[in-house]
Design a protein around this ligand. Sequence first.
Ligand code: BT5
Length: 384
Amino acid sequence: MNHDFILIDFVLVLVLENAFGCENEDDDEDEKKMTTDAKILSALRANLDGVSGAELAEQLGISRAAVWARIEELRKVGYDIEAGPHLGYKLVGSPDALHADDLLARLNCFRWGERPREPQSSKPKRLVRTLAPPGEFIIGRDIRVFERTTSTNDVIEKLARDGVKEGVVVFAESQTSGRGRLGRKWISPERKGLWFSILLRPDLRPQETTQLTVASATALRRAIQSETGLKPEIKWPNDILIAGKKVAGILTELSAELDRVRHVILGIGVDVNQGAGEFPPELRKLATSLKIESGRAISRPELAAAILRELDFDYARICAGQFTAVADEWEAHCATIGNDVTIQIGGRKIRGRAESLDEDGALLVRTEHGHLERITGGDVTVEK
Ligand code: BT5
């Protein structure tokens, strides 16, 4: 029995076949998750110069009075929606809080490769895009937001056992027991970052799941760069760094049989709007936030949607067997490859030069004794 893949990086839960009743939910589950509020926000985002109440009502199959009532509710939770006889309804501002409807709307109003339309003219008040059909993407087709959880990975684990479809994302505004690898603590202050987990059910062998950590890192890097203009670097296996400090971490947890993955939970933490003094003293030299690095507050919902879109894109690449393309991109932005590293694996220390990734996403290190070691977990220090 080969248990190599248990090493360090993953929490592996070996489960007996059919131990849990993991039936997928109904096929219309995606449809159910798109509430009226999500549809209204999606239409408003797709039509930034305004959309008439009559058209919204027709598109959603509800009365104009019902549209108006929902708009009032959205205003109460912080959406700034202008209204006027010629303007129709126009979204001019959104709160920084995470709302599942809003995140769904952001994902449904445009997809990968399409960028949001800039406001152009106030004239045509027609819906320029109808809502994306459900099922067009996987990651984020079902989004749940909690004010507070223990760890979002725990919530996803429960959903996985209940048979919920892959792609569900759980966000928490704060976590009381956020964790890193090997039971380390992950600090998750309220409304300062993005603390979320995703359920995946990929058709991969357990030892290939490092591919998903690698894909998450490339997706996170792209999203952070496009939303902030910063240039993050990736540190194998699970860190995103800016100016040498950690700004995001990935925790990949796996439930598998001997040769088949049952489900993977990707837990992602991104430090977004903490000020320099808001990190605990022991982290101040090691950690940073996007706000500290960019000098401005970053919209968490906007960043969250960008990350989910990029993750979906990379997950599609992994599922299509295109890990090499993901790995090439990863290597191009990696602070580890080509450098001398020290890797601590439990009580063992390996020194050498990080050469590349292999086809499973493991790190290949040429040791000081000239051997090529395949590293699947551990803590890497890059020697300067
Ligand atoms: C990680 O572990 O970097 C994985 C972090 C994953 C967090 C997410 S949040 C949503 C989901 N739910 C969870 O419970 N977890 C995931 P690791 O490589 O072991 O790094 C942990 C170390 O990072 C700690 O020991 C600290 O030194 C440092 N650290 C803790 N909180 C941090 C923060 N907010 N920002 C930067 N570094 C932090």
